[in-house]
Ligand binder design. Structure first.
Ligand SMILES: [Ca+2]
Length: 435
Protein backbone atom coordinates (compact mmCIF):
# COMPACT_ATOMS: atom_id res chain seq x y z
CA UNK A 1 0.00 0.00 0.00
CA UNK A 2 1.41 3.33 -1.06
CA UNK A 3 1.44 5.94 1.68
CA UNK A 4 3.56 8.60 -0.03
CA UNK A 5 1.84 11.62 -1.53
CA UNK A 6 0.59 11.19 -5.09
CA UNK A 7 0.49 14.16 -7.46
CA UNK A 8 -2.29 14.92 -9.94
CA UNK A 9 -1.29 17.88 -12.13
CA UNK A 10 -4.07 19.30 -14.30
CA UNK A 11 -2.84 21.89 -16.79
CA UNK A 12 -5.13 23.86 -19.08
CA UNK A 13 -4.27 25.61 -22.33
CA UNK A 14 -4.85 29.39 -22.49
CA UNK A 15 -6.97 29.60 -19.32
CA UNK A 16 -7.09 33.12 -17.89
CA UNK A 17 -6.52 33.41 -14.15
CA UNK A 18 -9.71 35.44 -13.74
CA UNK A 19 -11.97 32.94 -15.58
CA UNK A 20 -12.57 30.54 -12.71
CA UNK A 21 -16.28 31.11 -12.19
CA UNK A 22 -17.54 32.03 -8.74
CA UNK A 23 -19.22 35.16 -7.41
CA UNK A 24 -17.38 37.54 -9.74
CA UNK A 25 -18.25 35.45 -12.77
CA UNK A 26 -21.93 34.53 -12.46
CA UNK A 27 -22.38 33.16 -15.97
CA UNK A 28 -19.31 30.88 -15.87
CA UNK A 29 -20.16 27.68 -14.02
CA UNK A 30 -17.13 25.71 -12.86
CA UNK A 31 -18.34 23.70 -9.86
CA UNK A 32 -15.32 21.42 -9.78
CA UNK A 33 -12.73 24.19 -9.97
CA UNK A 34 -14.73 26.10 -7.35
CA UNK A 35 -14.70 23.03 -5.11
CA UNK A 36 -10.92 22.82 -5.52
CA UNK A 37 -10.63 26.48 -4.50
CA UNK A 38 -12.96 25.98 -1.52
CA UNK A 39 -11.15 22.86 -0.34
CA UNK A 40 -7.67 24.03 -1.20
CA UNK A 41 -5.37 27.03 -1.59
CA UNK A 42 -5.48 29.53 -4.42
CA UNK A 43 -2.58 31.67 -5.65
CA UNK A 44 -4.19 34.49 -7.66
CA UNK A 45 -0.84 36.20 -8.41
CA UNK A 46 0.81 33.39 -10.38
CA UNK A 47 2.65 34.28 -13.59
CA UNK A 48 4.44 32.70 -16.50
CA UNK A 49 7.56 34.40 -17.87
CA UNK A 50 6.66 34.04 -21.55
CA UNK A 51 2.93 33.89 -22.30
CA UNK A 52 3.14 31.38 -25.14
CA UNK A 53 2.43 27.62 -24.98
CA UNK A 54 5.82 26.01 -25.54
CA UNK A 55 7.98 28.22 -23.27
CA UNK A 56 5.33 28.33 -20.53
CA UNK A 57 5.10 24.52 -20.46
CA UNK A 58 8.88 24.25 -20.54
CA UNK A 59 9.06 26.34 -17.38
CA UNK A 60 6.73 24.05 -15.44
CA UNK A 61 8.58 20.96 -16.68
CA UNK A 62 12.07 22.28 -15.91
CA UNK A 63 11.56 24.65 -12.99
CA UNK A 64 13.75 27.10 -14.90
CA UNK A 65 12.72 30.29 -16.65
CA UNK A 66 12.49 30.37 -20.41
CA UNK A 67 15.66 32.47 -20.31
CA UNK A 68 17.58 29.59 -18.76
CA UNK A 69 15.99 26.41 -20.10
CA UNK A 70 16.48 27.16 -23.78
CA UNK A 71 12.80 27.46 -24.78
CA UNK A 72 11.87 31.06 -25.44
CA UNK A 73 9.65 30.41 -28.43
CA UNK A 74 8.06 27.61 -30.42
CA UNK A 75 10.16 24.75 -31.79
CA UNK A 76 13.02 25.29 -29.37
CA UNK A 77 14.32 22.37 -27.36
CA UNK A 78 14.75 22.15 -23.62
CA UNK A 79 18.32 22.14 -22.40
CA UNK A 80 19.04 18.42 -22.35
CA UNK A 81 21.11 18.71 -19.17
CA UNK A 82 18.10 19.82 -17.13
CA UNK A 83 16.22 17.17 -15.15
CA UNK A 84 12.49 17.52 -15.81
CA UNK A 85 9.76 17.16 -13.21
CA UNK A 86 8.67 13.63 -14.27
CA UNK A 87 12.27 12.49 -14.29
CA UNK A 88 12.90 13.88 -10.81
CA UNK A 89 9.78 12.21 -9.43
CA UNK A 90 10.50 9.01 -11.35
CA UNK A 91 13.98 8.74 -9.89
CA UNK A 92 12.45 9.11 -6.44
CA UNK A 93 10.31 6.05 -7.04
CA UNK A 94 7.19 7.61 -8.54
CA UNK A 95 5.25 6.02 -11.36
CA UNK A 96 4.86 8.86 -13.87
CA UNK A 97 2.06 9.16 -16.39
CA UNK A 98 1.22 11.76 -19.03
CA UNK A 99 -1.82 12.31 -21.23
CA UNK A 100 -2.80 15.33 -23.31
CA UNK A 101 -1.11 18.09 -25.23
CA UNK A 102 2.64 17.86 -25.47
CA UNK A 103 4.02 21.02 -27.01
CA UNK A 104 7.70 20.61 -26.21
CA UNK A 105 10.40 18.63 -27.96
CA UNK A 106 9.26 15.13 -28.74
CA UNK A 107 11.87 12.94 -27.11
CA UNK A 108 11.26 14.50 -23.72
CA UNK A 109 8.05 12.52 -23.26
CA UNK A 110 10.33 9.60 -22.57
CA UNK A 111 10.91 11.17 -19.17
CA UNK A 112 7.50 9.76 -18.23
CA UNK A 113 7.29 6.08 -17.44
CA UNK A 114 4.02 5.84 -19.35
CA UNK A 115 2.08 8.00 -21.76
CA UNK A 116 -1.29 7.57 -23.43
CA UNK A 117 -3.28 9.69 -25.88
CA UNK A 118 -0.57 12.26 -26.42
CA UNK A 119 -1.36 15.11 -28.82
CA UNK A 120 1.91 16.35 -30.27
CA UNK A 121 1.31 19.85 -31.50
CA UNK A 122 -0.04 23.29 -30.79
CA UNK A 123 -3.66 23.03 -31.82
CA UNK A 124 -6.10 21.23 -34.06
CA UNK A 125 -9.75 20.27 -34.05
CA UNK A 126 -10.83 19.11 -30.60
CA UNK A 127 -12.30 16.06 -32.30
CA UNK A 128 -9.26 13.79 -31.99
CA UNK A 129 -8.40 10.25 -32.95
CA UNK A 130 -5.86 8.03 -31.21
CA UNK A 131 -4.81 4.63 -32.46
CA UNK A 132 -5.42 2.13 -29.70
CA UNK A 133 -5.81 -1.58 -29.41
CA UNK A 134 -8.26 -3.09 -30.27
CA UNK A 135 -9.76 -0.07 -32.08
CA UNK A 136 -8.99 3.63 -32.57
CA UNK A 137 -10.69 6.02 -30.17
CA UNK A 138 -12.35 9.16 -31.46
CA UNK A 139 -13.81 11.94 -29.36
CA UNK A 140 -13.45 15.38 -27.86
CA UNK A 141 -9.91 16.13 -26.64
CA UNK A 142 -10.73 16.87 -22.99
CA UNK A 143 -12.96 13.80 -22.72
CA UNK A 144 -10.32 11.49 -24.19
CA UNK A 145 -7.59 12.84 -21.89
CA UNK A 146 -9.89 12.63 -18.85
CA UNK A 147 -10.75 9.06 -19.73
CA UNK A 148 -7.05 8.14 -19.99
CA UNK A 149 -6.44 9.77 -16.60
CA UNK A 150 -9.43 7.99 -15.03
CA UNK A 151 -8.16 4.66 -16.33
CA UNK A 152 -4.73 5.35 -14.84
CA UNK A 153 -6.21 6.40 -11.49
CA UNK A 154 -8.35 3.27 -11.43
CA UNK A 155 -5.35 0.95 -11.58
CA UNK A 156 -3.83 -0.69 -8.54
CA UNK A 157 -0.68 1.26 -7.67
CA UNK A 158 2.08 -0.13 -5.52
CA UNK A 159 4.16 3.02 -5.84
CA UNK A 160 3.33 6.73 -5.45
CA UNK A 161 2.34 8.24 -8.76
CA UNK A 162 2.51 11.48 -10.73
CA UNK A 163 -0.37 11.87 -13.18
CA UNK A 164 0.00 14.84 -15.54
CA UNK A 165 -3.07 15.76 -17.59
CA UNK A 166 -2.41 18.53 -20.14
CA UNK A 167 -5.69 19.67 -21.68
CA UNK A 168 -5.67 21.49 -25.00
CA UNK A 169 -8.81 23.36 -23.92
CA UNK A 170 -9.91 26.16 -23.81
CA UNK A 171 -7.46 26.88 -26.68
CA UNK A 172 -9.08 27.63 -30.03
CA UNK A 173 -10.71 26.32 -32.13
CA UNK A 174 -13.23 27.00 -29.38
CA UNK A 175 -15.93 24.46 -30.11
CA UNK A 176 -17.68 23.53 -26.86
CA UNK A 177 -20.00 20.53 -27.11
CA UNK A 178 -23.74 21.17 -27.01
CA UNK A 179 -25.07 22.30 -23.68
CA UNK A 180 -21.96 24.05 -22.43
CA UNK A 181 -22.06 27.39 -24.28
CA UNK A 182 -23.73 30.24 -22.40
CA UNK A 183 -25.99 32.67 -24.25
CA UNK A 184 -23.59 35.28 -25.72
CA UNK A 185 -26.07 38.03 -24.91
CA UNK A 186 -25.64 37.22 -21.23
CA UNK A 187 -21.84 37.49 -21.35
CA UNK A 188 -20.53 40.69 -19.72
CA UNK A 189 -18.28 42.87 -21.85
CA UNK A 190 -14.80 42.93 -20.26
CA UNK A 191 -14.17 46.14 -18.28
CA UNK A 192 -11.01 46.63 -20.37
CA UNK A 193 -12.68 46.00 -23.72
CA UNK A 194 -11.28 48.17 -26.50
CA UNK A 195 -12.02 48.09 -30.25
CA UNK A 196 -8.29 48.18 -30.98
CA UNK A 197 -5.09 48.20 -28.98
CA UNK A 198 -4.21 51.88 -28.54
CA UNK A 199 -0.71 51.58 -30.02
CA UNK A 200 1.56 49.16 -31.87
CA UNK A 201 2.86 46.69 -29.27
CA UNK A 202 5.30 45.12 -31.69
CA UNK A 203 3.22 42.09 -32.70
CA UNK A 204 -0.24 43.32 -33.64
CA UNK A 205 -1.14 40.86 -36.39
CA UNK A 206 0.11 37.49 -35.12
CA UNK A 207 -2.26 34.57 -35.81
CA UNK A 208 -4.27 34.91 -32.60
CA UNK A 209 -5.00 38.58 -33.31
CA UNK A 210 -6.47 37.63 -36.67
CA UNK A 211 -9.18 35.52 -35.05
CA UNK A 212 -11.42 38.61 -35.08
CA UNK A 213 -11.64 41.61 -37.39
CA UNK A 214 -10.63 45.13 -36.41
CA UNK A 215 -12.16 47.13 -34.88
CA UNK A 216 -13.41 44.50 -32.41
CA UNK A 217 -17.09 44.90 -31.53
CA UNK A 218 -18.69 44.12 -28.16
CA UNK A 219 -21.01 41.63 -29.86
CA UNK A 220 -18.14 39.75 -31.51
CA UNK A 221 -16.28 39.55 -28.20
CA UNK A 222 -19.40 38.23 -26.47
CA UNK A 223 -19.53 35.42 -29.07
CA UNK A 224 -15.85 34.58 -28.52
CA UNK A 225 -16.24 34.66 -24.74
CA UNK A 226 -19.34 32.44 -24.90
CA UNK A 227 -17.25 29.88 -26.81
CA UNK A 228 -14.38 30.29 -24.36
CA UNK A 229 -16.55 29.90 -21.28
CA UNK A 230 -18.24 26.90 -22.88
CA UNK A 231 -14.86 25.25 -23.34
CA UNK A 232 -13.94 25.97 -19.72
CA UNK A 233 -17.27 24.60 -18.44
CA UNK A 234 -16.86 21.45 -20.49
CA UNK A 235 -13.31 21.02 -19.27
CA UNK A 236 -14.55 21.56 -15.71
CA UNK A 237 -16.94 18.64 -16.17
CA UNK A 238 -13.98 16.48 -17.25
CA UNK A 239 -12.03 17.58 -14.20
CA UNK A 240 -15.03 16.44 -12.18
CA UNK A 241 -14.77 12.99 -13.78
CA UNK A 242 -11.07 12.79 -12.95
CA UNK A 243 -11.62 13.87 -9.34
CA UNK A 244 -14.41 11.33 -9.02
CA UNK A 245 -12.08 8.59 -10.27
CA UNK A 246 -9.50 9.76 -7.74
CA UNK A 247 -12.11 9.52 -5.00
CA UNK A 248 -13.11 6.05 -6.14
CA UNK A 249 -9.46 4.94 -6.08
CA UNK A 250 -9.33 5.57 -2.33
CA UNK A 251 -6.26 7.79 -2.83
CA UNK A 252 -7.92 11.22 -2.70
CA UNK A 253 -6.81 11.89 0.87
CA UNK A 254 -3.27 11.02 -0.11
CA UNK A 255 -3.03 13.05 -3.30
CA UNK A 256 -1.88 16.56 -4.06
CA UNK A 257 -4.20 17.96 -6.76
CA UNK A 258 -2.93 20.96 -8.74
CA UNK A 259 -4.72 23.04 -11.34
CA UNK A 260 -2.92 25.56 -13.53
CA UNK A 261 -2.55 26.68 -17.14
CA UNK A 262 0.34 27.48 -19.44
CA UNK A 263 -0.73 31.16 -19.71
CA UNK A 264 -3.86 33.30 -20.14
CA UNK A 265 -5.53 35.05 -23.08
CA UNK A 266 -6.78 38.53 -24.02
CA UNK A 267 -9.98 37.52 -25.88
CA UNK A 268 -11.26 41.07 -26.21
CA UNK A 269 -9.40 42.81 -23.40
CA UNK A 270 -7.30 45.79 -24.49
CA UNK A 271 -8.42 45.30 -28.09
CA UNK A 272 -6.41 42.07 -28.26
CA UNK A 273 -7.43 38.47 -28.89
CA UNK A 274 -4.32 36.40 -28.15
CA UNK A 275 -1.92 35.83 -25.31
CA UNK A 276 0.99 37.52 -27.04
CA UNK A 277 1.16 40.51 -24.71
CA UNK A 278 2.13 41.22 -21.10
CA UNK A 279 -1.17 42.35 -19.60
CA UNK A 280 -2.39 40.45 -16.53
CA UNK A 281 -4.99 38.53 -18.51
CA UNK A 282 -2.23 36.93 -20.55
CA UNK A 283 0.72 36.47 -18.19
CA UNK A 284 -1.20 35.32 -15.14
CA UNK A 285 -2.38 31.74 -14.73
CA UNK A 286 -4.71 29.97 -12.30
CA UNK A 287 -2.92 28.07 -9.55
CA UNK A 288 -4.91 25.95 -7.10
CA UNK A 289 -3.55 23.25 -4.79
CA UNK A 290 -5.58 20.79 -2.74
CA UNK A 291 -4.39 17.94 -0.59
CA UNK A 292 -3.00 16.90 2.77
CA UNK A 293 -1.47 19.85 4.59
CA UNK A 294 -2.85 22.38 2.11
CA UNK A 295 -5.02 25.01 3.83
CA UNK A 296 -8.67 25.04 2.81
CA UNK A 297 -10.42 28.04 1.27
CA UNK A 298 -7.28 30.13 1.48
CA UNK A 299 -6.07 32.67 -1.10
CA UNK A 300 -2.39 33.62 -0.93
CA UNK A 301 -1.65 36.92 -2.65
CA UNK A 302 2.11 36.32 -2.85
CA UNK A 303 3.87 36.83 -6.18
CA UNK A 304 4.90 33.52 -7.73
CA UNK A 305 5.59 31.81 -11.01
CA UNK A 306 3.97 28.62 -12.29
CA UNK A 307 7.50 27.18 -12.42
CA UNK A 308 7.56 27.39 -8.61
CA UNK A 309 5.43 24.26 -8.82
CA UNK A 310 8.55 22.17 -9.46
CA UNK A 311 10.13 22.97 -6.08
CA UNK A 312 6.73 23.05 -4.38
CA UNK A 313 5.86 19.55 -5.56
CA UNK A 314 9.28 18.38 -4.39
CA UNK A 315 8.81 20.13 -1.05
CA UNK A 316 5.37 18.71 -0.41
CA UNK A 317 6.24 15.16 -1.50
CA UNK A 318 9.63 15.08 0.20
CA UNK A 319 11.35 14.36 -3.10
CA UNK A 320 14.74 16.11 -3.25
CA UNK A 321 14.67 19.00 -5.72
CA UNK A 322 17.44 18.96 -8.33
CA UNK A 323 20.57 20.78 -7.29
CA UNK A 324 21.76 22.81 -10.21
CA UNK A 325 22.43 26.49 -10.58
CA UNK A 326 19.82 27.07 -13.30
CA UNK A 327 16.87 26.04 -11.13
CA UNK A 328 14.62 29.07 -10.64
CA UNK A 329 11.80 27.41 -8.79
CA UNK A 330 11.00 28.38 -5.21
CA UNK A 331 9.06 26.12 -2.89
CA UNK A 332 5.73 27.62 -1.78
CA UNK A 333 5.51 25.23 1.15
CA UNK A 334 6.52 27.82 3.76
CA UNK A 335 3.79 30.14 2.47
CA UNK A 336 1.26 27.31 2.57
CA UNK A 337 2.31 26.47 6.12
CA UNK A 338 1.89 30.07 7.24
CA UNK A 339 5.60 30.41 7.99
CA UNK A 340 6.21 32.98 5.24
CA UNK A 341 4.04 35.84 4.02
CA UNK A 342 6.28 36.82 1.15
CA UNK A 343 7.56 34.79 -1.78
CA UNK A 344 9.07 36.99 -4.51
CA UNK A 345 9.74 40.74 -4.61
CA UNK A 346 8.86 41.08 -8.27
CA UNK A 347 7.89 39.10 -11.35
CA UNK A 348 9.49 39.60 -14.76
CA UNK A 349 7.94 38.68 -18.08
CA UNK A 350 9.11 38.75 -21.67
CA UNK A 351 7.54 38.69 -25.09
CA UNK A 352 10.09 38.19 -27.89
CA UNK A 353 12.06 41.34 -28.62
CA UNK A 354 8.94 43.48 -28.32
CA UNK A 355 7.86 43.65 -24.68
CA UNK A 356 9.30 43.43 -21.18
CA UNK A 357 7.51 43.67 -17.85
CA UNK A 358 8.17 43.99 -14.16
CA UNK A 359 5.43 43.80 -11.54
CA UNK A 360 5.58 44.12 -7.77
CA UNK A 361 2.72 43.59 -5.37
CA UNK A 362 1.18 46.86 -6.49
CA UNK A 363 2.79 48.44 -9.55
CA UNK A 364 3.53 47.12 -13.00
CA UNK A 365 5.67 48.53 -15.79
CA UNK A 366 5.50 47.30 -19.38
CA UNK A 367 8.09 48.37 -21.95
CA UNK A 368 7.33 48.37 -25.68
CA UNK A 369 9.24 49.22 -28.84
CA UNK A 370 10.28 52.79 -29.47
CA UNK A 371 10.34 53.71 -25.80
CA UNK A 372 6.62 53.32 -25.18
CA UNK A 373 5.86 52.54 -21.53
CA UNK A 374 2.81 51.77 -19.41
CA UNK A 375 2.48 51.85 -15.63
CA UNK A 376 -0.47 50.32 -13.81
CA UNK A 377 -1.55 50.03 -10.21
CA UNK A 378 -2.68 46.43 -10.46
CA UNK A 379 -4.11 46.40 -6.94
CA UNK A 380 -6.56 49.26 -7.44
CA UNK A 381 -6.82 48.81 -11.22
CA UNK A 382 -6.68 45.02 -11.85
CA UNK A 383 -7.99 45.41 -15.39
CA UNK A 384 -5.15 47.76 -16.32
CA UNK A 385 -7.34 50.51 -17.71
CA UNK A 386 -5.45 53.55 -16.40
CA UNK A 387 -1.87 54.04 -17.57
CA UNK A 388 -0.49 56.14 -14.74
CA UNK A 389 2.24 57.63 -16.90
CA UNK A 390 -0.48 59.04 -19.12
CA UNK A 391 -3.10 59.73 -16.48
CA UNK A 392 -0.77 61.80 -14.37
CA UNK A 393 -0.32 64.20 -17.20
CA UNK A 394 -4.01 64.19 -18.00
CA UNK A 395 -5.02 64.79 -14.43
CA UNK A 396 -2.50 67.61 -14.18
CA UNK A 397 -3.81 69.20 -17.40
CA UNK A 398 -2.03 68.35 -20.59
CA UNK A 399 0.08 71.49 -20.74
CA UNK A 400 1.42 71.18 -17.21
CA UNK A 401 4.33 68.86 -16.50
CA UNK A 402 5.34 68.42 -12.90
CA UNK A 403 9.09 68.30 -12.35
CA UNK A 404 10.16 64.73 -12.82
CA UNK A 405 11.52 64.46 -9.31
CA UNK A 406 8.08 65.24 -7.93
CA UNK A 407 6.22 62.81 -10.15
CA UNK A 408 5.63 59.74 -7.95
CA UNK A 409 4.72 57.58 -10.88
CA UNK A 410 7.88 58.46 -12.76
CA UNK A 411 9.87 57.41 -9.73
CA UNK A 412 7.94 54.16 -9.49
CA UNK A 413 8.45 53.50 -13.20
CA UNK A 414 12.17 54.23 -12.84
CA UNK A 415 12.47 51.82 -9.92
CA UNK A 416 10.70 49.06 -11.84
CA UNK A 417 12.83 49.77 -14.89
CA UNK A 418 16.00 49.41 -12.82
CA UNK A 419 14.79 46.14 -11.37
CA UNK A 420 13.97 44.89 -14.86
CA UNK A 421 17.37 45.86 -16.20
CA UNK A 422 19.06 44.13 -13.28
CA UNK A 423 17.05 40.98 -13.97
CA UNK A 424 17.84 41.14 -17.69
CA UNK A 425 21.51 41.48 -16.92
CA UNK A 426 21.34 38.59 -14.50
CA UNK A 427 19.72 36.23 -16.99
CA UNK A 428 21.35 37.67 -20.09
CA UNK A 429 18.29 38.83 -22.03
CA UNK A 430 18.56 42.46 -23.12
CA UNK A 431 15.46 44.11 -24.57
CA UNK A 432 16.97 44.22 -28.02
CA UNK A 433 17.53 40.49 -28.17
CA UNK A 434 15.41 38.63 -30.72
CA UNK A 435 13.95 35.62 -28.99
CA1 LIG B 1 -1.42 27.75 -24.54
Amino acid sequence: MNTRLNVLLLCADDHRADALGGPTHPILHTPHLRALIENGSHFPRTYTTVPVCTPARGEILSGCSAMQNGVRWFNQTLNSDLPLLPQTLGEAGYQTFFTGKWHNDGGRQSRYERTRRVFNGGMMSHQMRFEEDPAPVIGFSSELFAEAACDFLGEQHTRPWFCHVAFTSPHDPRTPPDGFRPDPRSVPIPPNFMPEHPFDNGDMTIRDEQLEAWPRTPQAIQEHLADYYGMIEHQDAQIGRILQALEASGQADNTLVIYTSDHGLAIGSHGLMGKENLYEHSVRVPLILRGPGIPRAKAFEVLCYARDLFATICGLTGVPAPRHELLESRDLKAVLCGLEFHHRDAIYCVYRDAMRMAVTQRYKLILYPEGKRQLFDVMSDPHETCDLLQAWRYRSNEWYRAPEALDPYENIARDLNERLLAWQTQIGAPLTETL
